[in-house]
Design a protein around this ligand. Structure first.
Ligand SMILES: [Zn+2]
Length: 285
């Protein structure tokens, strides 16, 4: 059950001095998450960017960063998900602002057509993208210790602090190929793994834990084929991150590198994983 009412934040088209409050909320939200903000919300034309935020990526040997162009859309008052007509020329906007990622910060959500548009135009040009909808924003706020005073700036209808306990998870379940147990798409240890030859994917499975992964790997590798095995694997949390999703998409979408499934089970599992992941990206569940 949602604990934040995004209608508490004034609508963007309101003739009110608070009409850009949702952008300030976005700025605060990302600051608290440790991003550096390099462009502050300003009124008037913004060249298609509300904010630019820098995500530091600290590696063991070297470090880099993602530079995200943030598009804030506060459509909860009109109750309409953001479609592609409201997010045009995304790759031109990224180039113009020298960003490598597009981040939609939406008080409601996105449509399937926008998801398709971002996949087809951005991933192929080497950009990454992600969307924060109301479910994800709320979840990430409540995952951290709550700053009640900060939240009160934006939300007048806050739950009591005693109601801050984590909500019941309701995300899509998948069944572990090895032990058969149900696991949630957000489980941290869960993994996706594929084996194939060339562009053919012969095995595509998901497992709930490292030990189930060991069993699966054993079963796959002792069976039939010996050489030139192409192997791909990612944890589910990686696939749900922008870089991991790009990699997953580039391998298993219709014209991806491993898209031809020579085994019906593999084909079916790819479809199921794809649709669960899309579902998660569009609705946060
Ligand atoms: Zn398992």
């Amino acid at each position: 059950m949602p604990r934040l009412n995004f209608r508490d934040i004034t609508a963007g088209n309101a003739k009110d001095y608070k009409s850009d409050l949702f952008e300030y909320f976005a700025e605060d939200f990302f600051k608290k998450k440790g991003f550096n903000i390099i462009k502050l919300p300003a009124r008037g034309t913004d060249g298609g960017a509300d904010l630019i935020i820098i995500e530091p990526l600290i590696g063991k040997i070297s470090s880099s960063e993602n530079r995200w162009l943030v598009s804030c859309k506060h459509s909860v008052h009109s109750n309409r998900a953001i479609g592609k007509s409201l997010e045009q020329d995304v790759s031109d906007r990224l180039k113009k602002h020298n960003c490598n990622g597009f981040l939609g910060f939406y008080s409601l959500g996105m449509t399937e057509s926008l998801r398709e548009y971002l996949d087809t135009t951005l991933l192929k040009e080497g950009f990454i993208w992600t969307v924060y909808n109301y479910v994800r924003i709320e979840r990430e706020i409540f995952e951290e210790p709550i700053d009640h005073n900060w939240l009160k700036t934006y939300f007048k209808h806050l739950p009591l602090e005693s109601e801050y306990a984590s909500p019941k998870k309701s995300y899509t379940s998948l069944n572990c190929s090895s032990c058969g147990s149900d696991f949630l798409i957000t489980d941290k240890e869960a993994k996706l793994a594929a084996w194939g030859m060339g562009t053919h994917c012969n095995v595509f499975e998901y497992v709930c834990s490292d030990s189930c992964y060991g069993q699966l790997e054993h079963d796959v590798l002792v069976s039939n084929w010996d050489d030139e095995i192409h192997h791909w694997e990612k944890s589910l949390s990686q696939v749900l991150s922008p870089m991991g999703y790009k990699d997953f998409f580039n391998n298993f979408s219709d014209d991806g590198g491993m898209n031809k499934s020579s085994d019906p089970r593999a084909g079916q599992n790819i479809k199921l994983a794809m649709s669960s992941i899309h579902q998660y990206m569009i609705n946060g569940c």
